[in-house]
Design a protein around this ligand. Sequence first.
Ligand SMILES: NC(=O)c1ccc[n+]([C@@H]2O[C@H](COP(=O)([O-])OP(=O)(O)OC[C@H]3O[C@@H](n4cnc5c(N)ncnc54)[C@H](OP(=O)(O)O)[C@@H]3O)[C@@H](O)[C@H]2O)c1
Length: 223
Amino acid sequence: MKIGIIGGTGGMGKGFALRWCVNHDVLIGSRDAARAEEAAREYSSSADKELGTVKGKIVGVDNTAAAKESDVLVLSIPYENIDAICSQLLPNVKDSCIVISPIVPLTKTDAGFELISFREGKPSAFELVQKYMRNKSNLVSAFHTISEKKLIDTKLVLDSDIFVCGDSENSINAVNGLIKEIKNLRPILLGPGSLSYLAESATPILINAMIKNKMKNPGIKII
Ligand SMILES: NC(=O)c1ccc[n+]([C@@H]2O[C@H](COP(=O)([O-])OP(=O)(O)OC[C@H]3O[C@@H](n4cnc5c(N)ncnc54)[C@H](OP(=O)(O)O)[C@@H]3O)[C@@H](O)[C@H]2O)c1
């Protein structure tokens, strides 16, 4: 399977690449192909040093190529850029391509971190992305509550739950499979995409708890 990461040069992109290159080819996407190639070289070198056996290759390309060639596409970009990026890229994805949104509409206010959707009455990241999907049921939201620091640290036992929202059982199952490939991550289905705002709102809760209580990259585990 070929997994493309739009905005793959960011922290989350690195974490996804290191975790999934064990079994899959990974395309690091960027607005700038040279930046993507540089990131891909760096991630490949980390993977070789840290992971031992790696079946997939990590390659850097521009975002458009990543969108066209991927079987699974992760939108690892800020909420503010969804309109610009998705309007340009999502018309080009394969009909069968599953799109994952880890995007959190996060803003910093005087009170702390808050959800833009609540604060400004704007759509959830899932709703905003879905507007641009040709096959709307191929969109799944996940990975809002795992910190990039933890994802990148391949020696760390993650022991966390990942909330999953989507409108198609097949798409959800495919994403659940990718979550389970990351050791000790467990997918937890919350419901359809219309409930994704609940999963997205868990991130500011975690960040505020982390800052106020001096915790280190907290995650969520349902017991
Ligand atoms: N960081 C975390 O721990 C964490 C945890 C859970 C969920 N998330 C969510 O996951 C997503 C990615 O997080 P991140 O921390 O990796 O994000 P990030 O570092 O802020 O950005 C990721 C990439 O997006 C691209 N980008 C930046 N500004 C852009 C713009 N104006 N237009 C188009 N592309 C732009 C950049 O790639 P190029 O410049 O190479 O194009 C950048 O490397 C975010 O939506 C975040 O809310 C993050």
